[in-house]
Design a protein around this ligand. Structure first.
Ligand code: PLP
Length: 373
């Protein structure tokens, strides 16, 4: 090339391409690494929840539930050191995602007239009560006598009948079985019923449509229905997407089970510890454990002070009245363990499911929000 001006022009173009390439290197490395990422271990071929079933559930429940918004907040981003995207199931009908699974299960029950029966500490109870009302059925709900008054009032408000029991898993199961026999009811388990799990997975169907660029998803874990539905669908669609469960350290059965490679109960045996996150006080089941074992990348535990702090942060900064079970996910997203294991530069966009907002405001004002900060 004889013309010096043309030579200079070519050099300038080459230099700008090199700079542009260098600037995108971290992103390229990440996406190349992801393309080569090991696919998740497949669930058994006859596993009752599949991505197709979650998608079908999402379409089935769509006319009955809200497509909740995904919100962001600069203050929470600053606390996390990355961009957080919040799926606001706190704004869902009945105040939690639970209405998705309950409605899906109720719509799929073969016996179209039997009463719906369940046991729940509150949110699934409200969800079953509303689903029953929607389908013109009766609903009977067994609740532990420690369930927050606000949750009991809401269940009764939707027209369901309540039976109180001792706050143990065994007592709940026994009372629900007795109620089923008494009224000829159809039992809908709060977290281990495959149709409930598929319904909860509709959160992921919407979330990944609303925010397809997410690098990781943080989901609070109790019985594991929510995280299982989400993991089955999300790992099918995006095997590279990290699925992280958030669990109170006081009820860390999922974290200990995953570490042991075998399903474990509470460290305290049949006595259920009294975490602020009352929606997360349940154990993994026969259907949710394999998903947590094989498709959930990690469970991060958070202590009570972290749950309280994160809950208050969302109240104050996002003006969203989340309950502490949702605060557990926010605590994990803003905590040191998540940041250390999933660095912000490799995982810049993280989704957090704000799973519910049913709490006794008067009690919360006295306890959670009593001290400043
Ligand atoms: C608000 C809230 N978040 C999370 C959960 C945990 O859901 P799962 O039991 O499906 O893990 C519950 C369960 O009751 C809940 O009420």
């Amino acid at each position: 090339m004889a013309d010096p001006a043309a030579k200079l022009g070519l050099l300038a173009v080459l230099a700008s391409v090199a700079v542009a390439y260098a600037l995108t290197l971290p992103k390229r490395r990440r996406s190349l690494g992801r393309r080569g990422a090991k696919p998740p271990a497949p669930l058994p071929a006859d596993f009752p929840v599949t991505p197709a079933k979650v998608l079908a559930a999402s379409k089935r429940v769509a006319p009955h539930v809200h497509r909740t918004p995904v919100l962001t907040c600069g203050c929470l981003d600053a606390a996390a050191g990355r961009r957080l995207h919040f799926k606001c199931e706190v704004l869902q009908k009945t105040g939690s995602f639970k209405v998705r699974g309950a409605t899906n299960a109720a719509l799929l029950l073969e016996d179209a007239s039997s009463p719906l029966v369940t046991h729940s500490s509150g949110n699934h109870a409200q969800a079953i009560a509303l689903a029953a009302k929607l389908l013109g059925r009766d609903a009977h709900v067994v609740m532990p006598d420690t369930a927050p008054a606000v949750k009991r009032a809401a269940v009764a408000g939707y027209g369901a009948r309540i039976t109180l029991c001792a706050p143990t898993n065994a007592a709940r199961a026994e009372a629900a079985a007795a109620k089923c026999a008494e009224v000829g009811g159809s039992f809908v388990h709060p977290s281990d019923d495959p149709d409930v799990i598929a319904g909860q997975g509709s959160v992921a169907v919407e979330f990944l449509e609303q925010a397809p660029f997410l690098d990781a998803l943080i989901v609070p874990v109790g019985g594991g229905g929510l995280v299982s539905g989400i993991a089955v669908y999300a790992k099918g669609l995006r095997p590279d997407l990290k699925i992280i469960g958030a669990e109170p350290a006081l009820v860390d059965d999922a974290a200990r089970s995953k570490a042991a490679g075998a399903r474990l109960g509470f460290a305290t045996g049949d006595v259920v510890p009294n975490t602020l996150a009352d929606g997360l006080k349940t154990l993994l089941g026969d259907n949710t454990w394999p998903v947590v074992r094989d498709l959930v990348d990690e469970i991060i535990t958070v202590d009570e002070a972290e749950i309280a702090y994160a809950t208050k942060l969302v109240w104050g900064r996002m003006k969203l009245c989340i309950e502490p079970s949702a605060g557990a996910g926010v605590a994990a997203a803003t905590g040191a363990a998540f940041r250390a294991r999933y660095p912000p530069d490799a995982y810049p966009n993280v989704g957090v499911v704000l799973c519910g907002g049913n709490l006794d405001l008067a009690k919360a004002a006295k306890t959670l929000f009593a001290e400043a900060g």
